[in-house]
Design a protein around this ligand. Structure first.
Ligand SMILES: Cc1ncc(COP(=O)(O)O)c(C=O)c1O
Length: 400
């Protein structure tokens, strides 16, 4: 991959002023995405579908094409299995609130889920008498089959797991998890927020029941997302948000819902965002998964190996760089995490994130205050990876 030439597509990277290592929060957008968003506002600033003038029909065609393209991008069988959402969080909430759970049903999640894959289930447990069970991971945050096997039984109706953790970049053996869960009749919802922009997704081949991701973590516009549901699973859902765009007809006492997926897309959609998302997925396809993986692995290795040499630093998750990818979190017992991130920004224009990264539950359970998170993307360079290691050495050296 020619990183320097790809970087020219990202106006934010112009002049190499900033070093952006907060990709787990949002990725940057190439010019093609910005152009697709602008195309909407400049040339189609109208409603799709609801009107019959030619431009509205043309816009609807473009949106339909993005749905088809998304289905292909994640390996879904049909475009009707694709629902446009605002983000991963909305996709998970849609399932939590629309799936026909019954009192006594169990939801299995792991002990390091993002709040977006924890709180919707906890809320459900308070309102519907559903039980949320936690599968512990190993001390180094890798998957533990023994704990999973102990928790998996016929009462489990949904296994909801992040494929790649936003805490440490560790991925779970999700294909085997799906296979095992199905043997017990449980459905599997995969949170692909940290996966979809980095690896090839094949929902049909994997036999995943639900898959969610965010457009803004896959080069797309802010506030865009996708929920995939297997056709047979979507048919079971009772929409929890209804109104305009979800119904074929209404009277003062009743309504007739549209089919899938329209019944799940209440209200006017983010047309510009969807068009931008289409451009983003096309861009990722053109870069190619093996090139993305190679670059991100190399960056991860440089950073992990560099961090390991800093005295007393604690790396969250496995220390072997090949057991994780793209996300490297650490803390230092003698230096405040926020101070580190502020200094990286002020001294070297390097953007990272400090805090608990929406995995408060994990930090509380392990009694760790917070950490610094470095998250890479394919447009980051090895020079940038070496630079952050050098700057961290300097900053931490001042305090210890
Ligand atoms: C693993 C994981 N799940 C869910 C989310 C929530 O994503 P969003 O805020 O786009 O809904 C994130 C965001 O960082 C995440 O990393």
């Amino acid at each position: 991959m020619d990183t320097n030439s790809l970087r020219k597509d990202f106006s934010f990277l112009k002049d190499n002023k900033w070093i952006y290592f907060d990709n787990a929060c949002q990725s940057l957008r190439p010019r093609q995405v910005v152009e697709a968003v602008n195309d909407y506002y400049n040339n189609y600033p109208i409603c799709a579908g609801r009107s019959n003038y030619r431009l509205a029909i043309e816009l609807q065609d473009k949106l339909n094409k993005v749905r088809q393209q998304t289905a292909k991008f994640i390996g879904a069988k049909k475009e009707s299995e694709i629902i446009f959402t605002r983000n991963t969080t909305e996709g998970i909430n849609l399932i939590a609130n629309s799936y026909p759970f019954k009192a006594g049903d169990v939801i299995l999640i792991s002990d390091k889920e993002h709040n977006s894959n924890l709180v919707p289930w906890l809320l459900l447990s308070k309102t519907k008498n559903i039980k949320v069970e936690i599968v512990k991971t190993n001390q180094d945050n890798t998957w533990n089959w023994e704990f999973f096997d102990q928790k998996l039984n016929n009462k489990v109706k949904m296994v909801a797991l992040g494929i790649t953790s936003n805490l440490d970049g560790v991925s779970i053996p999700f294909k085997e998890i799906i296979e095992k869960s199905h043997k017990f009749g449980a459905k599997v919802l995969l949170d692909g927020a940290q996966w979809a922009g980095h690896y090839k997704t094949e929902v049909n081949k994997w036999d995943a029941d639900f898959f969610v991701f965010s457009g803004h973590k896959t080069l797309g516009p802010t506030g865009t997302g996708i929920l995939y549901g297997k056709e047979s699973e979507l048919a079971k859902l009772q929409p929890y948000q209804v109104g305009g765009s979800t119904v074929a007809d209404t009277s003062y006492t009743d309504f007739e819902l549209l089919g899938v997926p329209e019944r799940f897309e209440a209200g006017l959609r983010d047309y510009s965002g969807i068009l931008g998302l289409g451009a983003a997925l096309q861009y990722l396809d053109s870069v190619g998964w093996s090139a993305i993986d190679k670059q991100e692995k190399e960056l991860t290795k440089i950073i992990i190996e560099g961090l390991k040499k800093i005295p007393e630093i604690k790396i969250i998750g496995p220390e072997e760089s090949d057991k994780r990818n793209g996300i490297i979190s650490f803390y230092h017992p003698k230096v405040d995490s926020h101070q580190i991130s502020i200094l990286l920004d002020e001294v070297a224009n390097i953007m990272v994130r400090s805090g608990r990264h929406c995995v408060h539950s994990w930090f509380n359970a392990r009694v760790i205050r917070d950490c610094v998170r470095i998250s890479v993307a394919f447009y980051n360079t090895t020079d940038e990876a070496n630079k952050i290691v050098k700057e961290l050495n300097k900053i931490i050296g001042v305090f210890i």
